[in-house]
Write a protein that binds this ligand. Sequence first.
Ligand code: GLA
Length: 361
Amino acid sequence: MKRIPTPSIFLSFLIIFCGIWHTYADQSDSTASLRELAGKCDLYIGAAVTPERMQRDSQYRETLAREFNLITAENVMKFHILQPQRGKFNFAPADQLVEFAREQNMVQRGHSLIWHHMGTPDWVTKGDWTREELIEVMREHIHTVVRHFKGKVKYWDVVNEAIDPEKSHGFHESVWYRIIGADYIDLAFQFAHEADPDVLLCYNDFGGERLGKKSDAIFELAKGMQKRGIPIHGVGLQMHIRTHGYPEPEDLKANIARLGELGLQTQITELDVRLQEPVTQEKIERQAERYQEILQVCLESPTCTAYILWGFTDKSSWIPGFFKGYNDALIFNREYQPKPAYFSIQRTLMNHLQKENVRSH
Ligand code: GLA
């Protein structure tokens, strides 16, 4: 019988071992949660959540804790819920989220202190205020809320959706703008900073993702605030998008880069990719590419620190109620099964890690 020379035996074992190891490594990688992968990429991956569903749906809680390292309150940290009547604060629902984040070792994002009529109670929007009185209302709200969550919330969206480039003065005509004037934005950031000097303060808006009128206005606002010595640390780009067109990845990247030049972080704060009904496999695949494109830009941009979805399961999303004829905007289906978008995010994070490993060797 022919004897196999010793080095060949060794080589065969080595090949078999490498094969097994490679298969194992592949499997273990492909089952890594988004949370594990994003953590290694130094990125917050988050979702907007509601305490009602959290309470009654264990799959919701489990998926959330397994896949994400950050949560945002979908509604319960907005003014109308936290202070439905003057001086009567209702922290219970928001506290539930914060407690969940603490237990699960996740970061809590605060959203949002000052918004326009949506998210602001009637007692504020319909009040007959002088400028000084309304400033006082704002101060009381921001001080009380930010102090309540001090040390528990890492980022606050201080002002949401203040800019309207279609108006000659450039601002959304909210009660805040009408009665206080454009400097309500500066004041809101100052009040938040007074209440918690360590919390990171963001301006959040939609439609400012690509280069253009709106993102120019956001950029100028942030730059002006910095010149005036107002503490601002980041800009939130909401990113409620469709499968095609806006925003082009190159534009998004350039926009994040210029905000970065001001020393500001950018966070993708409310990403969802809505599909026009009837939902087809082709649309679901295209949706996966969109989630991937945006993540890729964020990973390639050193100042993009968070990639946050507006929900995570198609069981619970604002889309069908708001955009007639659209649905299924998220990365898990109604049974909490991952959709192609989930796997495209997972693959993109894995590829990024591999590239980074190669670079650091
Ligand atoms: C805006 C707000 C969010 C949320 C979404 C839709 O983007 O910033 O808080 O209300 O609309 O639900």
